[in-house]
Design a protein. Structure first.
Length: 317
């Protein structure tokens, strides 16, 4: 095993190897890591440096691949830092493009309109592309174009480039240009995920992180249930009783799925977030911003759950 003061290079190597083997059963992973640790320690005692031993072992990903081959375990999809990073950047680009279309053609501006017409949305509000011209559509696509450039950045520089884009996306939300900053929140959340997740010690979350995030996910899903229950008690739902009850039951079922950590529940959360964003496109009421923000958070949690919370394919006995 390691001496009392192991070289930081060896510690990092074993930690990275553990990340590549994170989906294996705990017992198998522990045996592999113990063998590697003992091999490094024996080589140190024989006079070789840890750097020499690690160089001879090869990259952690290759060692993990060889170990899987010996155990007959297939290589999981999305291993390594940038298959996951590329996926998240792709999602962020799609969200940025979608948001650009919403901001340009659906987001309405009432500035300069006569107050007598405020009762009619179609008559009183003007699409931004109509108000400012086609150039606004090009400007709203700038975030998507900048994110696409990330895929061309060399891997050794991409972590910092992604961080810069995440900071810029946050600044875009805060600065709120043309009153559209809130609509870029989903994109900003996903690009922050792309900044952090690929470089975590392990793609799969630890028990404490998994428990905390699943509790948060359950609370998010129970919020509509509480709202519907409150509306039923006060008699405020009326003709929307059946759709509201279906919505509440669906959210409750998703919450149970998150408690059981089922993969299908995170897919349902992701679809729920997308649906909320679509609903926000056609809802010109006072809650459009809240719905858009809620949809972005739910969508991001679904992505996070699928990538990091070790979801199960089904209930195991």
């Amino acid at each position: 095993m390691f001496s009392t003061k192991p070289d930081v290079t060896a510690k990092r190597y074993v930690r990275q190897l553990s990340g590549y083997l994170a989906d294996l059963p705990e017992a198998q992973r522990r045996v592999i890591l113990q063998d590697i640790s003992e091999h490094i320690e024996e080589s140190r005692l024989s006079g070789r440096t840890e750097s020499e031993v690690i160089s001879a072992l090869g990259e952690p990903r290759e060692v993990a691949k060889a170990s899987r081959s010996e155990l007959g375990v297939p290589e999981p999809r999305g291993t390594g830092p940038w298959p996951v990073g590329n996926t998240l950047i792709g999602v962020a680009i799609a969200l940025a493009t979608f948001t650009a279309a919403i901001v340009s053609f659906f987001l309405r501006n009432a500035e300069g309109q006569h107050p007598d017409y405020t009762s009619s949305t179609e008559r009183s509000l003007t699409a931004l592309v109509e108000l400012y011209g086609p150039g606004i559509a090009v400007l709203t696509l700038v975030p998507a174009a900048l994110l696409a450039v990330l895929l061309l950045v060399p891997l050794r520089m991409r972590r910092w480039a992604t961080l810069i884009c995440a900071v810029a996306a946050s600044a875009l939300v805060v600065s709120d240009p043309i009153d559209a900053g809130l609509f870029y929140v989903p994109m900003a959340i996903v690009i922050w995920l792309a900044t952090m997740l690929p470089f975590a010690k392990s793609l799969q979350a630890g028990r404490r992180e998994s428990l905390v995030l699943r509790i948060i996910g359950v609370l998010i899903m129970l919020l509509p249930v509480v709202l519907v229950a409150s509306g039923v008690e006060r008699g405020n739902i009326g003709v929307f009783m059946l759709p509201a009850l279906i919505w509440a039951v669906a959210c409750l079922a998703i919450a149970v799925g998150i408690i059981l950590n089922l993969r299908i529940s995170y897919w349902a959360v992701l679809a729920y977030g997308v649906l909320a964003l679509i609903v926000a496109v056609f809802d010109s009421g006072m809650l459009v911003g809240a719905i858009w923000l809620f949809g972005g958070i739910v969508l991001s949690f679904g992505i996070y759950g699928l990538l990091r919370l070790r979801p199960r394919a089904g209930i195991t006995r």
